[in-house]
Structures are given as C-alpha cells and as structure tokens.
Design a binder for this molecule. Structure first.
Ligand code: UDP
Length: 316
C-alpha cells in the first residue's frame, strides 16, 4: 500500500512508520515539528520506501503528496502531552478540526482507508470504570484540557460524518497512555518525567496524593493494534491500551526499584481536571482485532530506561 502519515516525527507515528515499512508498504510522511522531532525519523533517511516532507496538517497538502494513488491515510498529527497541548491550545484545536478534515478529504479523493488516532481523553474524568467504547465521557468543555479533549471528540465526529456521508472507510483508535523509546524527555508526561528524575537522582514529582490511576501500554503493542485496526472494517472507536492499572504512587515506586534511584518522592499540586482513574476495557479490541498487549510493564520500562540512559549520555 501507499500510505500517507501525518505527525510522522512524533513518538507513536515514528514507530508506526517503522512497522509499515517492515510490512512492505511505501510511506509518505510529514510533520511540522511543532512537537515532533526529526531525530525520531533520522534512521529512515534515504530509505527507498520512505518519503518525508515538512508540512502542517492544517494547510492544503502539496500536490507532490497526492498526485499518485494513496491506499491509506493515517492521521496522527497532534500535540499529545498535557504540557504540549496546554502550551499550544489553538494549534491543538486546529489540527483536530481542520487538520482532520483535510486528511479525510485526501482519503475521500483517493478512496483510501482512513485511521484517526483519538484518545482516552474523550472519556474525560470518567464516571464509568474501566472505560468501554460505549461510554460517552465526562469532559469539562471549558477547562484547560478541553483543547485536546474536544479537538479529538470533534475529530471523531467529523470522521463518522465522512463515513456516513461520503462512505469513507474510516477507523478510530482511542489510545490510552503509551510509553517507550522516542518519548520526549521534557514533554511533561509521567513516564519521561519520572525516568528523567530517577536517572538524575532528583526527587520524583508525584502530582496530588498519587492515588489517581493510569494504565501504561508499550509502544510496540500499541502500534500492532493500530496496524490491525487500519486493516479492519470496524467503523466505531476501538480502545487500544494496556488494562494493567496502577496508582501514580505505585508507578513512582516501580521506577525507583527499576532504576535503583534513592531519590525521594516530592508531592506537587494536582493539575486541574486531572482524570482520577483510567483503564481501558479492551474486550472490543480482543474480539474485533484479535489484539491484546503482550509486553509486560517491567520489560517495556527496561527498554525505555535504556533509551533514556542513551539520551542522557548524549546530553552529557
Ligand atoms: N503526573 C505526575 N507527575 C509528573 C507528571 C504527571 O504525578 O511529573 C501524573 C499526572 O498528574 C497524571 C498522571 O501522572 O495523573 C499521568 O500524566 P501524564 O501527563 O503522563 O498523562 P495523562 O494521562 O494525564 O494524559
């Protein structure tokens, strides 16, 4: 297949590009580098099945990207860490709305499959636990996180509208917390934050009292789910994440044990609207995609620690 990928220099998309190429596809990739990093794609330079151009998903696609046939359009572009989308709220809303529409138009023009990477944030601070795809969510529409949550909810809505109105073969992934190599050291998310702090022997900053929960999925598992979903005929959203849930305090202890860090825990204020609990119900992904995560947290974290040790070594 010839596959167009937006946000390709991001953490998840760069791993997805690796998988697409390994599966024998041709990838036409772009990113505006707002939050993505050229380093994530450096190993692809010159690959015969990979083409990259710098581009903002909210702008019209250049003709060179669309003049030849496309079989799939994968829309991954968006700031994704709370720190990033709080810094770029308008850009986040733009890429979820205008950007999604442009990518849907490309899919429609080429009669290509379309994949939207949506988010567990569609469930907001959930009142149903674990979260099933049929739960409509508890989102504050005017809170600080709304730029991300509502952008993705709009993106889901317009994706369904393009399917219903134009018959585009759309798919929607609701991605839960994902971690692994190529996360940005300073993107503020809990995995890079704790690993960075532990490796520098700094206190681990736990927000609130640390009783809020998350469930962490290793990136290769997530990418496998995205790949299967892209090929599927499921039109409604599918949760992709690891159902192993833990409190943030337990997670901090785990990072300390894994890195051997003696650093203390430092409690800091809980950000506004921080969801209190999050765990995917992945019954649908198991049934429809035959998918479930395989990499245990300990193994995934070890690979991630190795990566961050390397980043630290380069940074001196
Ligand atoms: N968190 C924390 N310390 C940090 C960064 C995050 O305790 O240095 C908490 C945050 O408040 C949230 C959880 O860890 O409850 C996951 O945060 P993250 O930013 O990784 O992603 P989210 O799941 O909130 O989108």
């Amino acid at each position: 297949m010839r596959i167009l990928v937006s946000g390709a220099a991001g953490f998840i998309a760069s791993h997805l590009c690796d998988r697409l190429i390994a599966e024998g596809h041709f990838v036409i990739a772009f990113d505006n580098y707002l939050t993505g990093s050229a380093a994530n794609l450096r190993h692809m330079a010159g690959h015969p099945s990979f083409r990259f151009f710098r581009h903002d998903a909210t702008e019209p696609l250049p003709e060179s990207a669309t003049s030849e046939p496309l079989d799939a359009v994968l829309h991954l572009a968006s700031p994704a860490s709370p720190k990033d989308y709080l810094e770029y709220p308008i850009e986040t809303l733009d890429v979820g709305s205008l950007g999604t529409r442009r990518m849907l138009e490309a899919a429609r023009d080429h009669e290509a499959r379309f994949l939207l990477t949506s988010t567990s944030e569609c469930y907001g601070d959930p009142l149903v636990h674990p979260q099933t795809e049929t739960y409509w969510g508890n989102v504050n529409p005017v809170g600080p996180r709304s730029c991300y949550d509502e952008s993705k909810r709009f993106a889901e809505a317009i994706t369904m509208a393009y399917h219903r109105t134009h018959g585009v073969r759309t798919t929607i992934a609701r991605i839960f917390n994902t971690y692994g190599p190529r996360m940005k050291l300073n993107d503020g998310r809990v995995v890079p934050a704790f690993l960075d702090q532990a490796l520098r022997n700094q206190p681990l900053t736990v927000f609130g009292n640390g009783t809020q929960t998350r469930s962490f999925c290793y990136v290769s598992d997530l990418v496998d789910g995205l790949y299967r979903l892209m090929l599927s005929d499921e039109r409604y959203p599918v949760n992709l994440g690891n159902p192993r849930e833990m409190t943030i305090l337990e997670f901090a202890e785990q990072i300390r044990a894994l890195t051997g860090a003696a650093a203390p825990i430092l409690f800091e204020p809980l950000p506004e609207d921080d969801p209190k609990q999050r765990r995917p119900d992945i019954t649908k992904a198991r049934t429809v995609l035959g998918w479930e995560p395989k990499i245990p947290l300990e193994e995934g974290l070890r690979a991630t620690v190795d990566y961050f040790r390397g980043v630290h070594a380069v940074a001196g």
